[in-house]
Design a protein around this ligand. Structure first.
Ligand code: BG6
Length: 483
């Protein structure tokens, strides 16, 4: 791995504390950082290096997967870190940063390989990228990379504008767009499940599969993020990115080889084959909801509109369910149902692949076989098969289950940052995917904007609005595994 400099914009922010420093430290402990590297944290606050180091140390103590027995490891790690007070709109600050980066490169005798991580509000994305270019920070004799957090745009138009600005400063293969769902170990496992198992591979098509259900339900509400969330809603916050990524990972064809280009190409083809919805078709295929007030576990909970920071007449969706069709020879005729929502009954991210029934009349009580991939918080793969009870001869479900019990699984951020250091972009969103995803979602955004479809209020602590259940019932199915 190349020696390099890691520049973290938003170095005093929440994500940095919870995820990025712990991830870097764990990579460091496991010998997965370059031999020599320099980390530079940037933040708006005026603080000494010592104060900054203290903050990083606290975040490691609070959030790190493992801690070293001896102090000198953490000291050695902190030693690689410098802090610089920084205002993203001030050119002088970029010049100061450039000097600091160069000084450290000289001091450590490392090449001009620079990774810029934008863990900041999206309003700064384009300004920072532009100023990296104009200040000379991006002019290196080595490589440069940009890691960028979501949200990537607010709709199709703004995403295109942002991308065109970024591409003035960075080439596509230098940009690593984070979708943290692609860092989840079980999401990375989907591809192996499909392509390394001839049994499943043979069944992975419309001849055998009746429908696919992708759920990401959460028990939390909007929390402290109303300022962002009320403008975004579930459609932008989860659906356009995470949920469509899960869809692509599930429905893609086997790539010619396991490589970033090949896999991302197959994912792109899934989105290209997604049947577009026009505004008039949105109502038949998309359900939107917003949680109301209610009682969960004997406690009164506020409705979304009463959450601090939310507009009292807000029409923002906190729940989305949709039926999608992939018009290609493998998937035509198989509905994909996707849903995600806040304040639901349980935290569960899972994919259920429901197989067609055998059609034999021999076993009347046959249930459909299902493959369940649990992503979060449980990590498990279960195959539900029909079997005959040896005592009474009745049909019952026999479950073949794999539960990941490894306790020391790296956090998604650790996996993603490691990939970016290595230059492996397999699990980052390519611009093509992001653009196609916005393109598919745009008519839904328009229909919401024009209030063309009802906003169902749903009871907190349950499984979302009735209309989301009807979406499947219309096709003769039901959401699996709802508690
Ligand atoms: C984030 C969303 O991207 O994903 C949050 O902004 C959401 O609203 C979160 O809660 C869910 O992630 P996870 O990993 O807990 O499923």
């Amino acid at each position: 791995m190349d020696n390099m400099t890691f520049v973290l914009f938003g170095g005093t922010g929440d994500l940095a504390k919870r995820k990025i420093y712990p991830a870097l430290y764990n990579l460091f402990l496991e010998g997965k950082m370059p031999k020599t590297f320099s980390i530079i944290g940037l933040g708006r606050g005026d603080m000494t290096e010592e104060q900054f180091h203290k903050g990083v140390e606290n975040s490691i103590h609070t959030f790190s997967r493992h801690l070293s027995e001896n102090d000198f490891k953490i000291k050695a790690f902190l030693n690689t870190i410098r802090y610089s007070q920084f205002d993203a709109n001030t050119m002088d600050d970029y010049q100061r940063l450039l000097k600091l980066v160069k000084d450290r490169e000289n001091e450590l005798n490392i090449p001009e390989n620079r990774l810029f991580y934008l863990s900041v509000s999206p309003v700064f994305f384009d300004t920072i990228a532009l100023n990296i270019k104009q200040s000379g920070l991006g002019t290196t004799t080595g490589w440069k990379k940009l890691i960028i957090e979501k949200p990537f745009g607010h709709d199709l138009k703004s995403a295109r504008e942002l991308n065109s600005k970024l591409s003035n400063a960075f080439k596509e293969d230098e940009i690593y767009r984070i979708d943290h769902y692609l860092g989840k170990p079980m999401v990375r496992n989907i591809e192996a499940l499909e392509f390394a198992n001839p049994v499943l591979q043979a069944l992975w098509n419309n001849k055998f599969i009746a429908n696919v259900q992708i759920t990401a339900s959460e028990t939390v509400g909007v929390e402290q993020r109303a300022g962002y969330y009320d403008q975004a809603g579930a459609i932008r916050d989860m659906f356009q990115n995470h949920m469509l990524q899960l869809l692509m990972m599930t429905a893609m064809h086997s790539p010619k080889q396991i490589g970033a280009n090949e896999i991302r190409e197959e994912k792109r083809k899934v989105l290209e084959a997604l049947r577009p919805l026009n505004k008039d078709e949105v109502e038949q295929n998309v359900v939107r909801g917003q949680y109301g007030a209610g009682v969960v576990d004997n406690e009164n909970v506020s409705g979304y509109k009463d959450e601090p920071g939310v507009a009292i007449n807000s029409q923002t969706d906190t729940f989305i369910a949709a039926r999608l069709w992939i018009d290609n020879p493998d998937w035509s005729g198989v509905p994909f149902y996707i849903r995600t929502g806040k304040k639901m009954r349980e935290k569960s991210t899972r994919i259920v692949v429901e197989f067609k029934k055998s059609g034999d009349e021999l076993y009347l009580n046959e249930d459909s076989n299902q493959l369940v991939i649990e992503i979060n918080p449980n990590e498990a793969v279960t195959l539900h098969l029909n079997s005959k009870n040896p005592i009474n001869g009745h049909m019952e479900s026999m479950d073949v289950e794999y539960v990941s019990e490894q306790s020391d699984v790296p956090d998604g951020y650790e996996l993603l940052i490691y990939d970016a250091l290595l230059g492996d972009s397999t699990y980052f969103a390519h611009w093509n995917e992001v653009e196609l995803a916005w393109n598919w979602v745009q008519p839904i955004l328009d229909a919401f904007e024009e209030n063309r479809i009802p906003l169902h209020e749903y009871e907190p602590g349950l499984n979302g609005p009735e209309a989301a259940h009807r979406l499947l019932e219309e096709d003769g199915f039901k959401w699996s595994l709802d508690k």
